[in-house]
Design a protein around this ligand. Structure first.
Ligand code: PMP
Ligand code: GLU
Length: 411
């Protein structure tokens, strides 16, 4: 059967592929530890699960409105006003099948073929394929590992042309674990005032996962709160990470701005494509965004902060590799340095991050995501997720350490 060229040439999701490889090996009885996909090990907090169970018992089993119930959209709008200083009305919000779906809808609704999408890199693996699928040309703004992968307004401005339609902004960052300081966010917004053709897709899914315990300067500001871009920012967020709800598939997008009508166009596409998410999840969204969930979420954040410290200390003492300590999200992005070109005890020469990730999996039984598909400095890096339990994390770091010690390094 014919396969459409645009799908055939799209890369697969390397984050999900790494997770699948680890699962396959584990199913064959290998004691693999996965630092692959970014998926919290915690169960969803009890009060949120109970809200969905109660909704099922009540019989909420029919279609919900495409963009979500009034209560769920209202809870998201109230959250954005309260926590993010984003003046979204419920009508400016749509609830999507995970944040990934929201990124897809936004790209499809905003991009004309030939438009340019600027992405600071390294960046999450799905932005490029989803932008390209919508017909865009991706323009990377490469950031420097030696400066903690910080992106500046000036570097973004150099990449902007008349054809730039979208800037993708993701802080805290997957994969670097970096957090853009509020003053830099304000500088980027001020710079964009000079470029009214550019809209922002701000992916804030790691917003609540900040670790001042590791980096006392870590603070979060939504770019959509900045007046220069408030009416041309699509803010995307979801429940997967901070609420430990990956399998529920709940995300959302908000696009305030009376003039644009963008959210209506995204909802139109959604109605043709997926319609609303399961109706009995709507009360769980309201519950998750209520004060009743605050303590449970903070407990998970504290656990991630402890793991961030464990990873930072372990990586600092490893030979050949380097990474800034994670200030947010749950990733450590290792520059491979002299690992590239080294030979393993199993006789493999590690030419690329993919070679390194494969050898780490097969010779040290640790799954990680090779960095190539994150772009930029990812082409010489691998990503470790520390969303796993603490004892697994310590054991995996010890295995990585032994693996690095065992390499025969050139020069
Ligand atoms: N954005 C980023 C930066 C991510 O790391 C992820 C990974 N889950 C997503 C969006 C998508 O999340 P989900 O679809 O599970 O809400
Ligand atoms: N976003 C997570 C990750 O980067 C989950 C997998 C995915 O959806 O990409 O590992």
């Amino acid at each position: 059967m014919h396969v459409a060229e645009r799908i055939a040439r799209m890369s697969e999701s390397s984050t999900l592929a790494a997770a699948a490889r680890a699962r396959d090996l584990a199913a064959k009885g290998k004691p693999v530890i996965s630092l692959g996909a970014g998926e919290p090990d915690f169960a969803t907090p009890e009060n949120i699960r109970e809200a969905a169970i109660a909704a099922l018992r009540k019989g909420l089993t029919h279609y919900a409105p495409t963009a979500g119930t009034a209560d769920a959209r209202g809870a998201v709008a109230a959250k954005l006003a309260r926590e993010n200083s984003i003046a979204a009305r419920p009508a400016d919000v749509t609830i999507t099948v995970g944040a990934k779906h929201a990124v897809y809808l936004a790209m499809q609704a905003m991009i004309e073929p030939g438009d340019e999408v600027v992405i600071p890199t390294p960046a999450w693996v799905s932005y490029r394929p989803l932008a390209e699928l919508a017909g865009a040309t991706v323009v990377e703004v490469e950031t420097d590992p030696a400066r903690g992968y910080a992106v500046t307004a000036a570097a973004i401005e150099r990449a902007i042309t008349r054809r730039t339609r979208v800037l993708v902004f993701n802080s805290p960052s997957n994969p670097t674990g970096g957090v853009c300081p509020p003053e830099m966010v304000r500088e980027i917004a001020a710079m964009l005032a000079r470029h009214p053709q550019v809209s922002v897709v701000s992916d804030e899914i790691y917003e609540k996962l900040l670790y001042p315990e590791v980096d006392p300067a870590a603070r979060f500001l939504s770019i959509g709160a900045c007046p220069e871009v408030a009416e041309r920012t699509v803010t995307i967020n979801g429940m997967s990470k901070a609420f430990a709800m990956t399998g529920w598939r709940i995300g959302y997008a908000a696009a305030p701005g009376a003039g644009s009508g963008l959210i209506q166009q995204m909802i139109k596409l959604q109605a043709q494509m997926t319609n609303g998410i399961p109706t009995f999840l709507m009360p769980a969204i309201v519950e998750a965004l209520s004060e009743r969930s605050t303590a449970g979420i903070e407990a998970m954040r504290r656990a991630f902060a402890a793991r961030a410290r464990i990873v930072a200390e372990a990586v600092a003492s490893m030979p050949h590799v380097s990474a800034p300590p994670p200030s947010g999200a749950f990733y450590s992005f290792l520059q491979l340095g002299k690992v590239l070109g080294a030979v393993t005890p199993g006789g493999r020469t590690l030419r690329t991050p993919s070679d390194a990730a494969e050898a780490l999996l097969e010779e040290a039984l640790v799954a990680a995501v090779p960095g190539e598909d994150f772009g930029g400095a990812g082409r010489s890096a691998i990503r470790l997720s520390f969303a796993c339990g603490e004892s697994d994390l310590r054991e995996a770091l010890a295995r990585i350490r032994r693996f690095l010690d065992s390499l025969v390094v050139r020069g």
